[in-house]
Design a binder for this molecule. Sequence first.
Ligand SMILES: Cc1cc2nc3c(=O)[nH]c(=O)nc-3n(C[C@H](O)[C@H](O)[C@H](O)COP(=O)(O)OP(=O)(O)OC[C@H]3O[C@@H](n4cnc5c(N)ncnc54)[C@H](O)[C@@H]3O)c2cc1C
Length: 476
Amino acid sequence: MNTSNFEYQLKGSAHAIYIMEKETEASNSRKPFRVIVVGGGLVGITAAHILSKANIDFVILEQHDNLTPWIGSLIVLWPATYRMLKQLGILDEMLPILNKLEDYETINANDGSFLYHTREVGKMWQRNHGYGVGCTARSEFLAVLHRTLPESAKARIRLKKRVTDIQMVSDGVVVHCADGTSEEGSIVIGADGVHSRTRQCMQALATGNQPTPQARQDAESPYISTYRVLLGNLPQMTHLTPRYQYLALGPGVSTQLVAGEGRAWWYVYEALSKPTRQRHRYTSEDKKAMMSKYAHLHVSPDYTLSDIYASNIGDIGMINLEEGSVDTWSRDGRIVLVGDAVRKLCPHAGLGYNRGAGDIVELVNRVHRVLQTSAEGLPSTEILQAEFDIYEKTRKRSEKTVDVVSRMSARSAAWLSRWDRFMGTWVIRFFPMVGWIADYLLAPVVARDPVIEWIEETELLQGAKRWVHHPLPKGR
Ligand SMILES: Cc1cc2nc3c(=O)[nH]c(=O)nc-3n(C[C@H](O)[C@H](O)[C@H](O)COP(=O)(O)OP(=O)(O)OC[C@H]3O[C@@H](n4cnc5c(N)ncnc54)[C@H](O)[C@@H]3O)c2cc1C
């Protein structure tokens, strides 16, 4: 070997060693995969359970100082959500606070006169999917969701962290909060609800505009409110049948009262004079005005709104009810949205949280899968974006049906047109519409809902409509 050859080889080896050292340095400096969840609401805390079971590092940033604010509203759980809670091992803890729902009674809101019964609604769901439907106070549901989290997951929830901005960096994201702190992570999941700041940041990144605090106020919502609702809570009342839903119909205004065991939840839905995209905060004067305007309306055959007013427990709420969906659910393999941040449904059919729970299951399934197969557990942005696209496409398959059912439920109760009135008073009365919707519209959606694919199902209830998805065989 001549000297120059030797030198050349030496130089080559030194170069190779140099590259190897650099690669090792880079790989040592690469941070492990970490998820930042914006929002500690219903879907955010559900995400905490799933991410924690998946052994994926995460942090939850919640703007409020309390995870379980008292909101006078109930939450209805659907069969696929029961199945998810069972997989997470927390269904048994949830059952004591869940009230079964059985029969519905539809009446005229103006005089309380009987229109029709819809019998055995809960059993209908049970027949189809093995699990029925249940309801509970939203704050209690959140409290159990939080209580049943492992301590290590609870420690990852940061309160009083209002997210203001999201910055893309080479291998992930930096999420900035209003108090000047920031969190670094690999991806951001926006579970921050109707007015999602994550969604605004995503849009700002797409347009190149900075999401300033003023832009936050001015940002046009993708959702439109056609109705507003006044809502409250009741104790057990003599003339209310437990496990019963009363629905009172009327032109532009309807009431709904869901009676559980020992308590009830009531709502007055009113069509706004004009649909709006504007956010509106109602005052106590607005609530009083709406209460007295509709004091005469029936919430059940035996009670008017004024009858129940004195028995109301806690605050009365009043909010606009947004409806709509968002076209783009993710960006650059680093930001992805779930829950009310991507769709908002009118609450009559009680589907909003249930859809959000399905979102987070589908999304974490995909992230979990690519983490198993990527070198060093660090998937590239391209791989992540491809998974986000499939997540969006998969969830969007059922969005139209769910939206139609939710809109129809609202409009056939508080009519906006003659057609709505005809639907509410005649079609649903003489055609077994609720059963038809359950069997032919919603059953395929529920049966198709995702399952957490890496958690074995020790016990699965099945109904007439078989579950489409099952956990992956062990070892995959
Ligand atoms: C009257 C009513 C009744 C309903 N009934 C039902 C029902 O029976 N069944 C059902 O399935 N659904 C129901 N829903 C819908 C359900 O409440 C929503 O779909 C569900 O709450 C969505 O969960 P989420 O986590 O996406 O959003 P949210 O529950 O709204 O949580 C978002 C969280 O993000 C936080 N956040 C927001 N911005 C920021 C920020 N910048 N930084 C940090 N944190 C932030 C918020 O404080 C909040 O905690 C009802 C809704 C209403 C209004």
